[in-house]
Design a protein around this ligand. Sequence first.
Ligand code: ADP
Ligand code: MG
Length: 246
Amino acid sequence: MFGEFLLRVEHLSVEFDGFKAVDDLTFYAAKNQICAIIGPNGAGKTTLLDLITGRTSPTSGEIRFKEADIGGLRENQIVRRGIGRKFQTPSVYEALTVFENLEMAYPDARTWLSAWSFRRSEAVVKKVEEVAELIYLKDKLHERAEKLSHGQKQWLEIGALLIQEPDLLLLDEPVAGMSVQDRELTAALLLELVKERAVVVVEHDMDFVRKIADRVTVLHQGKILMEGKMDAIQSDPRVVEVYLGH
Ligand code: ADP
Ligand code: MG
């Protein structure tokens, strides 16, 4: 429907006081594919996500999503176009239950008009339960988020994004700090989620990346050092030198 690619980033650059954090970067993401972005700290990974989501304005270059130029749009407009982004640090509403956290994410959840519609609330409950099942929290729906483990909080945050049915999911280091078992479950979750969308994951955990990634992009000093299958990446001397060797 959108050619081969849902997201097309071309010749994208951003400069902060003369420092090029992202430098003439071209990158594509397709439906049903998980792209992993790896690279040393400061390589520009998070900045790339900031640019795609409208948090940072590019100095030059183009960002197209579903063929439309989204380069000048504001963050909330980009969310509505179908891009969901998870930040590095988890942010859930600790005092609210899992159900309430997911419900809050439902589009227009807080307008009084929608709160009065019975049909709508049925739809919300159905969606919340469906998402809770996916993120392994179906039996925790009425627990407060503060009671959840670190891994469960990360899933809850992914769940809040899923409520909005994004076509592109951007995840910044989703398994950092997670137990080995939770990493496995997160890998399985992403493999499920990609059946209906495109997924871009920034991650340092190479075992995790190997399990999920269709394609790996190595960033270094704002540029793409290499792109390809995990096996080729892991045996590339340049990648070992700037990243994997450390
Ligand atoms: P990564 O996520 O790969 O570790 P970042 O994208 O966070 O790296 O950062 C890339 C570089 O850009 C770093 O040197 C960082 O200090 C710089 N940087 C990122 N955002 C800003 C900003 N808003 N202002 C100034 N410098 C920034
Ligand atoms: Mg980062």
